[in-house]
Design a protein around this ligand. Structure first.
Ligand code: CO
Length: 401
């Protein structure tokens, strides 16, 4: 009838561990009139990274105070998610300070029932969380020119990837009752410039989110707090931040930011308008510009993404595009999200040129810079997705090629 000795032993160990923990608490609790005496750092109500980590968003050099954008440090990126603190920024009139209790979203125009939502109304509705990249249409714009950017951050850092949480826009539109003949929306922000972009109704019915969450917490102010559109796979500026109004209409709104900006000037002088989807693109993040490697084993890694859906293949060349090898693609691969790729490599210490080339699920292959310019010319700063090359020098330093 005796107790099982194994259970008794476990109970004894448990009691001892608890006792030790309680004794440690007593030892480290501050006495009256003196500060805490702790062996490590205290718990913090809102955490920060290690003081030894230094990667930051970049600001436009020499334009600190008027900066309207900052770039994600892709060279230091890990996995596929961008920490919210390092998500790129692009603002058209700064970051407004908005009290969520005062914020409203109006849906009106060609609807049976115009609606006004509070943040509380929106957060009560069925929500979804999805991982999507976001990329500024001007990302890599410098690469159209003759002087390519020195680092992955400066060339490709207007792209990031987060988990976004919110309500499908299709649900809100169903509540409002979209009228027959409606084909477009205009989304408007509550920033000082009232950012306005037109979007086809069909995209709203497909996958647009009215998002209030990012990476497990409310949106950051610079990401549209308390509410933004998230338009998967399409140029970042249509994911209108600080969202306050959606107008349902028959025609596009032709707002300032879709005529003065975000149109693509072609070689013959005509301009493309409403070029929404971001084309398939990839970049090697390690080794990349500004980094230093040593001879021996080196895993080549980077990121690929496509506004058309899944990344199907990434090839890597270590000899300036003469031969290519398939990289491994990290699972899960998600539609319209960053895909992390990797290739084991042994650097023999001689000069090398690294390139990556991706293919998406539609079969579209990322073009070379020359092939891209042959079609698009160099008059537009938008939608650059040419292959990026990094040169490894004999001393292991990495620079743009
Ligand atoms: Co465009």
């Amino acid at each position: 009838m005796g107790q099982n000795p194994r259970i008794r032993r476990r109970q004894w160990l448990g009691a001892t561990a608890l006792g030790a923990a309680m004794a440690a608490c007593k030892r480290t609790a501050p006495a009256a009139g003196e500060g805490p005496r702790l062996l490590g750092a205290p718990v913090r109500p809102y955490g920060e990274r290690s003081e030894f980590e230094t990667a930051t968003r970049s600001l436009d050099e020499e334009r600190f105070l008027e900066a309207s954008q900052s770039r994600t440090p892709l060279g230091e990126s890990i996995g596929i998610l961008t920490p919210s603190s390092l998500h790129y920024e692009r603002h058209h009139s700064g970051v407004p300070r908005i009290d969520p209790a005062q914020h409203r979203l109006l849906i009106h125009g060609m609807v049976d029932r115009p609606l006004i939502f509070t943040m509380e109304d929106l957060r009560r509705l069925p929500s979804v969380s999805r991982i999507y990249f976001l990329e500024c249409s001007g990302n890599s714009g410098v690469e159209w020119g003759e002087k390519p950017a020195r680092t992955a951050q400066m060339s490709h850092g207007l792209a990031s990837c987060s988990e976004w949480t919110g309500v499908p826009l299709s649900l809100l539109l169903a509540e409002a009752g979209v009228q027959k003949g409606a084909k477009w929306l205009m989304a408007e922000g509550a920033d000082a410039c009232k950012m306005q972009r037109s979007l086809p109704l069909a995209k709203a019915m497909d996958d647009i989110l009215v998002a209030w969450g990012q990476n497990g917490e409310p949106l950051r102010p610079e990401q549209g707090y308390p509410l933004r559109l998230l338009v998967p796979g399409w140029e970042g500026n249509v994911s209108v931040k600080w969202l306050r109004r959606i107008l349902v209409a028959e025609e596009p709104y032709m707002g300032r930011d879709e005529t003065s900006k975000y149109t693509d000037l072609m070689p013959d002088g005509s301009a493309r308008i409403f070029t929404f989807a971001m084309e398939a693109k990839s970049i090697i993040t390690y080794p990349s510009g500004g980094q230093q490697i040593k001879p021996g084993f080196c895993e080549i890694t980077g990121l690929a993404w496509s506004g058309a859906g899944l990344i199907r293949r990434v090839e890597i060349s270590t000899d300036a595009g003469r031969t290519w090898s398939d990289a491994g693609l990290q699972e899960p691969r998600l539609s319209k999200a960053f895909t992390r790729f990797r290739l084991p490599w042994k650097w023999d210490g001689s000069e090398a040129e690294l390139q990556s080339r991706c293919t998406d699920e539609t079969g579209y292959v990322q073009p070379s810079r020359d092939a891209l310019i042959a079609v698009r010319g160099v008059k537009s700063g938008y939608h650059y997705n040419g292959i990026k090359a990094w040169k490894i020098a004999g001393d292991g330093s990495v620079s743009h090629a």
